[in-house]
Every structure is written in C-alpha cells, then in structure tokens.
Ligand binder design. Structure first.
Ligand SMILES: Cc1cc2nc3c(=O)[nH]c(=O)nc-3n(C[C@H](O)[C@H](O)[C@H](O)COP(=O)(O)OP(=O)(O)OC[C@H]3O[C@@H](n4cnc5c(N)ncnc54)[C@H](O)[C@@H]3O)c2cc1C
Length: 466
C-alpha cells in the first residue's frame, strides 16, 4: 500500500466522480447518500461478496429519538446519547463528531427503514452497558450478515456499482493533498489506474494487520482477532504517508465473551441480565457491567486466559434472540445443570469457591446491593435452575483509531487544514471512543460506519454539485 505524490507514470484509464474504498456498512451508506444527492459513486471491494466486519457483527445500531423508541414510550434525545458517548470515552472523543453521529443516527435508522426497507426494531429487553436508554436497533435475525445483505440489496436497487475482487493499492495525490486517483489491482493480478474527483476511505481499521496491531496495540498482539481479515489498515498507511492526522491508534473494540474453542460471540445480554463471570479458580474478578470492550483484557489476564459466563434459563431466553447464541447452543458450547455444584463439576472449577461467589451475588440481588467491585445487582435479576455456563475468552473485534475527520468525515491534515477531496468513514476514521478500549460504548462501531458513511457520501456529492 503506498501513496504517489504527483502524476502516475501512465494516464488514468477512466475518470470517475466519486470512488469509495470498501463495501461494508460505511461504504454502502456513503454510496446510497451520494446517489440520493445526485452523484453516482463506484464502490471498490476486495472480496467477491461484500461482507466486512459488518457481516460479523450483531448488526445493532444505537440511535436516539427514533419512532421505534417512541412507540415503546422511550424518551431519548441526541444530547443524552452524546453525553453517554463522552462519559464512556472519558471526554476524549471529538465533540463535533460525537454531536454529528448522535444527532444523525436516529434519522438515519429511520431512513434505512423507510427508504431502503431495512426492517429495524428496538432491542427492548436489555440495556447495553453505558447507555442510559434502550436505543439499540436491530434487524429481525440480529445479525450483521442480514444488515450487509440488505444494504447491498438497497445499493443494487439504486443501481450503485460495486466492483468486487478488486483491491485499491495506491493513491495518487497532488503535493497539496488533493487526491487524483487510485491504482486498483484486479483479482487476476492486473492493474487499472482510475482517476476520481473525490475519494471516500471506508476500508475499516487495521485489526487484520498483525504488524500494525503489534505497533499500536501491543497488549492485543497475540489475541484472537475476530474481525474481517481483509481490514489491513490501508487507510492508516495511506493517511500516514499523506500527512493526515492519525488519532487514538491505541483504541479498539474488544469483547470479553467469545465462546472458546468454538469462536462464537456470546451476547453481553447474559451479563447485563444478571449473569456473572467466574475464572478457573471459581472466583469473580471484576464489575462485568462496565463494558464488554475493556473486559477482553480483563478476561485475558485471568489464569489460562479464559473464564466462564454463568447465567440461568431466563437469561438464555433473552440471549436466544441472537443467532450467535443459538449457534453456540447447537455447537454444544453451553453447559446446563440443575445445581451450581453440578455446574462447577462440569466446568472443572473449585465447587466451594464458586458456590460462595454465587451465593453472595444472589443475596446481593435480593438485597439490591453493590458488590466489592461496585457492580449493582437488582432483585429482578435473580437466577433459578436450570443454570448455564459457557467458557469464553477475550478477543480484538476492531480498531477504533484512524484518520481524524471533521463532522462531515473530511480528513484532517497535520498542518491543521483539511484535505480538499478525501473523506473517511466507519473504522477508517478515528472513532468516538477516545484513546483506549474502555472508551468503547456499545454500538460505536456501526454508529460511525452508518452515520459518517452517510455524511461523507452527502458531503462529497454536495462538493461536486456546487
Ligand atoms: C464480531 C463482531 C461483532 C460486532 N458487533 C457490533 C454491533 O453489534 N454493533 C456495532 O455497532 N458494531 C459492532 N461491531 C463493529 C462493527 O462490525 C464495525 O465497526 C463496522 O462493521 C465497521 O464498518 P466498516 O464499513 O467501517 O468496515 P467493514 O464492514 O469491515 O468493511 C470494510 C470493507 O473494506 C474492504 N477493504 C479493505 N481494504 C480494502 C482495499 N484496499 N481495497 C478494497 N476493499 C478493501 C474489506 O474487504 C471490507 O469489506 C462488531 C464487530 C465484530 C468483529
């Protein structure tokens, strides 16, 4: 991946108005927005069928003030959502970008539902950590596969061209940073030089590039990477060479609940509904409800690098709305026993220690108290037999640092100016999670993919039509 400052050695074979690198949620929303504004974008995608990390996700998008919330009587506003994002990010996220995504998410979820026929509804049976309202919106299967498939259908219905099995390898730029075009490698190894009036980088972060992970997030270098392997940090590499401002490169979304050895995501609903995590010595070790992202490192610090999620049948019923959980059950990852002693035996953890932890938690639930880590328990979270346990580990889901952008996704230059025709969205742009994993509020990934995607497509098209 490189950048050539100046003209390419050969002429551009084609000149296009708007090119988008990457056909994940960010790239497809950018293309749909540009189309709506009157500009035809061409999307370049490495894979044969668009998938990206979007397809691996649960497809849940946080949004405030939607009609889906209103019909359930939930009073929520963008300002409240923005405050939740900044609280989790320790105030480190760019306020202008936070405001743009918090304000944009509600109308965009409705736009996707009404204009592009994505049948969203509200996840109304548990609150994700750090959100002060029920605001997670999902599709019927609660999968990112459904989200990407429906976005691709919408793109196709709008005659958006997605060129697959092509990798953008080089960018050509003027000395002032204006992007002139790109070098695209086709699946058969041939190259094509394509000029463009504007470029949107929607090729996610660097989770799939072990060298960059080692350099910027060394603590996760030997951890399971659970995102899309084709996200190799091209935006960061190009941005670095172009003099773009790179922000919060040590920040990432982790997850502390991936079934092992099955490698299936176990929804954090099992924790938020009253489940706990127990290490192989039978002890709890943290306030699990702070967030699943920071919990990845916490779980990896435990003996053996794994722990057990423990919960009951009521909680399993809530978790079964997720296809991943149902798949984990089919794969035999979930143990079920009628007693905690029976579960301890199946988990091979010290029964007396585990039973004492379980008793403490259940008494705290009845009393409505806080534990030694500050976690609050509620009476309605009490667990009854049969009990379940699943062995889980921590994983790196995607990186949150990237190209610093303004509130329309325009990339910032180290000189303090902005690039005239370069935009970034989704995981290619610096997110709204601040400098570390603890700053990731559930849903920040798709939030910046959908909203910055739309805003970049709209801004790039608007600039062209002026
Ligand atoms: C297991 C898992 C669960 C998750 N669950 C959620 C969730 O429920 N809610 C949420 O908000 N977030 C979630 N996330 C995070 C979320 O998936 C990402 O933040 C989001 O999908 C990023 O979208 P994107 O469009 O930026 O990237 P992607 O969807 O990864 O798309 C990027 C695309 O760019 C292509 N590409 C890369 N480089 C090039 C190149 N040089 N040339 C051509 N193509 C290229 C890739 O092939 C890929 O298709 C989850 C992540 C994982 C891994």
């Amino acid at each position: 991946m490189s950048v050539v400052i100046g003209a390419p050695t050969a002429e551009f074979e084609t000149q296009l108005p708007l090119l988008i690198v990457g056909a994940g949620a960010a790239g497809l929303c950018a293309a749909l927005a540009a189309k709506e504004a009157g500009v035809d974008a061409i999307v370049i995608e490495r894979d044969a069928v668009p998938a990206g990390s979007t397809a691996l996700s649960a497809g849940l998008i946080p949004a405030a003030g939607t009609r889906f919330q209103r019909t359930r009587g939930i009073d929520d506003r963008p300002q409240r959502f923005a405050a939740d994002i900044q609280r989790k990010a320790n105030g480190e996220a760019d306020p202008a970008v936070v405001e743009a995504v918090a304000r944009g998410a509600g109308p965009l979820v409705e736009w996707l539902a009404d204009r592009h026929k994505l049948p969203f509804d509200l996840v109304d049976n548990f609150t994700y950590p750090g959100h002060s309202a029920l605001r997670m919106h999902g599709l019927p299967s609660r999968t990112g596969q459904e989200l990407i498939d429906r976005l691709r259908n919408a793109a196709e219905a709008n005659d958006i061209v997605i060129l697959t099995e092509r990798v953008v390898e080089r960018l050509f730029a003027e000395p002032d940073g204006r992007i002139r075009g790109v070098d695209i490698m086709h699946g058969d190894g041939t190259h094509e030089l394509v000029g463009c009036d504007a470029l949107i980088l929607a090729c996610n972060g660097f989770g799939g590039n072990p060298d960059l992970v080692r350099r910027y997030i060394p603590q996760m270098a030997s951890t399971l990477y659970f995102g899309h392997p084709g996200n190799r940090g091209d935006a960061v590499v190009w941005g670095d060479k172009l003099g773009a401002t790179l922000l919060h490169l040590g920040s990432y979304q982790g997850h502390g609940s991936v079934a092992t050895p099955h490698n299936i995501l176990i929804s954090w609903a099992v924790i938020m509904q009253g489940g706990i995590q127990i290490n192989c010595d039978g002890y709890r070790f943290s306030d699990e409800t702070r967030g699943y992202s920071e919990q990845a490192a916490e779980v990896l610090r435990q003996p053996g690098g794994f722990v057990w999620d423990v919960f009951d049948e009521r909680i399993a019923t809530v978790a079964r709305q997720f296809e991943d959980f149902r798949e984990a059950e089919r794969a035999g990852a979930i143990l079920t026993r009628d007693t905690i002693a029976g579960l301890a035996e199946a988990m091979h953890v010290p029964a007396a220690t585990f039973a004492a932890e379980w008793r403490d938690v259940e008494s705290l639930k009845l009393a409505g108290g806080r534990d030694r880590y500050g976690r609050e328990f509620l009476a309605e979270q009490s667990c009854k037999p049969p009990y379940h346990a699943v062995k889980v580990t921590g994983a790196l889901f995607h990186t949150q640092g990237g190209l610093a952008v303004d509130s329309s996704g325009r990339v910032r230059h180290n000189s303090g100016t902005k690039f005239p025709n370069l935009f970034a969205a989704g995981g290619a742009a610096a997110g709204v999670s601040g400098s570390n994993a603890a700053g990731y509020l559930s849903g920040n990934g798709l939030l910046t993919a959908i909203v910055l995607g739309y805003l970049t497509g709209n801004a790039a098209a608007g600039q062209m039509l002026r």
